[in-house]
Design a protein around this ligand. Structure first.
Ligand code: ADP
Ligand code: MG
Length: 286
């Protein structure tokens, strides 16, 4: 369901997405007929307020990552528009997108492929600071590594010397380096061992709180979104089928698709304990 614009003028939305579509061309497999396009997003609208923790949930392939890339200015919509802090970024060229990079940073699913294995952790975290011409980089890097619970000595080591959870902490430190206002996390704990998921989630939630960040958090896993978000949009097949407070969507889901997603999580207590829906499904389905 699309968000209705409110009649009372409030603060400017941190992110606003208006009627966005994104079609991908598939490689041609026939000489006579072009392949039909993939409709990854089909008219998505949403508005995220400053300081909100906004979840986007839906099955694999429903368009979550495509939507995030478009929000972050890393990809362009086929139609529709995106504004960050009220500024339309839809048609901006790379050079003009710098303000988006400063305001909005991303954390991805797989920390190993997101980190350059030949670089020391200190240089990885400092990279966005170099781009900004930051002066006291060493101190700032130490402060960031402390903030994510790794300690300043991590700076001299390489990514392969850390566990998956620790590498995701390095990614988080780097994302926070340029002091963004918005953190966009695409399945940030999905590649991690179940045992460390809750720790990394709690760290993210604590940092978002402490730094008063806006969080956009994507997961195929409802229990994870429930753990960190105040509001949630449910995506299905390139569209948002339902949006509401996390509480409302989980307690009184309106859309049949949402009810099916929730039914996949057998008990609330376990869902909140950091065990993923995928793990639960594995247990409950032979
Ligand atoms: P999700 O993150 O929810 O798993 P994605 O946004 O990655 O979904 O993908 C949505 C749909 O778009 C899928 O059908 C996917 O195969 C397709 N898709 C994504 N990126 C591309 C691309 N670069 N080229 C062609 N199809 C793509
Ligand atoms: Mg994805």
């Amino acid at each position: 369901m699309a968000e209705q614009p409110t009649s009372t003028p409030g603060p400017v939305d941190a992110i606003s997405v208006r009627d966005v579509t994104r079609h991908y061309r598939r490689p041609r497999t026939s000489l006579r007929h072009p392949s039909p396009p993939v409709h990854a997003l089909r008219g998505v609208s949403l508005a995220i307020s400053p300081g909100e923790r906004f979840g986007i949930v839906g099955e694999s392939g429903c368009g979550k990552s495509t939507l995030l890339r478009i929000m972050a200015g890393l990809d362009r919509p086929t139609s529709g528009s995106v504004a960050i802090d009220g500024r339309d970024i839809t048609g901006l060229r790379e050079r003009r997108l710098r303000f988006v990079r400063e305001r909005l940073q991303l954390v991805f699913q797989d920390p190993m492929s997101a980190l350059d294995p030949r670089m020391r952790v200190g240089d990885i975290v400092a990279e966005p600071l170099v781009a900004q011409g930051h002066r006291n980089r060493k101190e700032r890097v130490a402060e960031l590594l402390e903030a994510v619970g790794l300690g300043a000595e991590a700076a001299d080591r390489y990514p392969h010397q850390f566990s998956g959870g620790q590498r995701q902490r390095i990614s988080i430190a780097r994302a926070l380096a340029p002091r963004p206002k918005v953190l966009v996390a695409d399945e940030p704990v999905s590649a991690l061992d179940v045992s460390v998921r809750a720790q990394v989630l709690n760290l993210l939630a604590d940092l978002v709180d402490e730094l008063s960040l806006t969080l956009v958090f994507v997961s195929h896993d409802l229990s994870v979104v429930r753990h960190v978000c105040d509001r949630v949009a449910v995506m299905h097949d390139g569209q948002i089928v339902e949006t509401g407070s996390t509480e409302q969507v989980y307690e009184e889901p309106e859309h049949s698709y949402t009810r099916r997603l929730i039914a996949a999580v057998p008990t609330l207590g376990r869902a909140l304990s950091g065990v993923s829906a995928a793990d639960l499904n594995r247990e409950y389905r032979p």
